[in-house]
Design a protein around this ligand. Structure first.
Ligand code: FEO
Length: 163
């Protein structure tokens, strides 16, 4: 049985993952509206990943006999600026998520909740990957700038992201 403290913290993280999904969907729509179909695709796949992150935590919570308490998901913005700004915001957001996962991991340790700790290890690793991937995209965007042909080459590359 999961402790009330851990249950509450996991419910909070589920909400954060759902908010991430909403945020990336909004960013995807913003990119699509600005003809960056590749970035729109990449962000839509990212949104699906966030939904999967939430689903994985929900399943874990239920497997531990915990209670799911879904909360209101804050509405994301609708405007995100240039493609570079979109991806910089994505990187900042992911860094914030890494902090949340680290705090959750620390809580699991304090609570001696080994099952949560092991499950959260997956998220720790995932955050390393997410920050590295988005960081690389931001670096490439800074290298090419948001004008000229190279940005469209990057856009077509982003459109090839698999599910
Ligand atoms: Fe679920 Fe992108 O962190």
């Amino acid at each position: 049985m999961i402790s009330p403290t851990m249950q509450d913290a996991l419910n909070t993280q589920i909400n954060i993952e759902q908010h991430s999904a909403q945020l990336y969907l909004a960013m995807s729509a913003h990119c699509a509206a600005n003809s960056f179909k590749g970035f729109a695709h990449w962000l839509s796949v990212q949104a699906s990943e966030e939904t999967a992150h939430a689903a994985k935590l929900i399943q874990f919570l239920l497997d531990r006999g915990g209670r799911l308490q879904l909360r209101a998901v804050p509405a994301p913005a609708a405007e995100f600026g240039s493609v570079i700004e979109v991806m910089e915001k994505t990187l900042e957001h992911e860094k914030g998520i890494t902090g949340k996962i680290s705090a959750l991991f620390e809580l699991a340790r304090e609570e001696k909740d080994y099952a949560s700790e092991i499950t959260l290890q997956w998220y720790v690793t995932e955050q390393v990957e997410e920050e590295a991937n988005v960081g690389e995209i931001v670096a490439q965007l800074h290298a090419v700038g948001d004008k000229g042909g190279a940005i469209w080459y990057l856009d077509s590359k982003m459109g090839k992201r698999g599910a």
